[in-house]
Design a protein around this ligand. Structure first.
Ligand code: ADP
Length: 155
């Protein structure tokens, strides 16, 4: 069985993340979305909330499983029996970050490989940080996030 993992903070999951997850789910028998539980990271939502939001948003896709993890992505991949890590690439600075991270992951575990899916054109400009900022200021971001996330952001 070919399993891929898609790790990230997803604070919160938005339509750009979802697009990558749905496209990746068609490339693997199983796609595990790994929600990074980093205690010191300054997240708006707790890891339980971030995990639940991704779960609800992908509940209709049978081969996507959403799992929380701590520690190294490479150890998480091993634990999940996955050899391929999926990441999303927006035009611009994502490339430098993803390239450097991919080299580090492969340095830690040369049996792993990383595939990057290009962000769809309409999601190129979506960033979790900007979504949170605009939502906090009362701007309408309803077309950029799944419905359940919109409700959580509106609270
Ligand atoms: P990080 O993993 O750095 O905390 P995120 O959780 O926001 O960042 O993102 C997880 C993955 O999703 C990363 O590979 C990131 O590049 C990708 N991603 C984020 N936003 C988009 C988008 N709008 N379109 C496609 N991929 C995206």
């Amino acid at each position: 069985m070919l399993t891929g993992i898609y790790p990230g903070s997803f604070d919160p999951v938005h339509n750009g993340h979802l697009d990558i997850a749905l496209r990746a789910s068609k490339l693997f028998d199983k796609l595990i979305v790994g929600v990074y539980d980093k205690p010191k990271k300054n997240n708006k939502f707790s890891s339980n909330e971030r995990t639940e939001m991704f779960r609800v948003a992908t509940k209709d896709v049978d081969n996507i499983e959403v799992v929380q993890f701590t520690g190294l992505v490479t150890s998480f991949a091993r634990e999940m029996d996955a050899r391929i890590i999926v990441r999303g690439l927006r035009a611009g600075f994502d490339f430098e970050t993803e390239f450097e991270m991919a080299l580090m992951w492969r340095n830690l575990d040369p049996e792993l490989d990383i595939i990057c899916l290009m962000s769809s054109l309409k999601y190129q400009f979506i960033y979790s940080s900007r979504i949170k900022e605009v939502a906090d200021l009362g701007g309408d971001i309803s077309n950029l996030v799944p419905r359940n996330v919109f409700k959580s952001l509106s609270k």
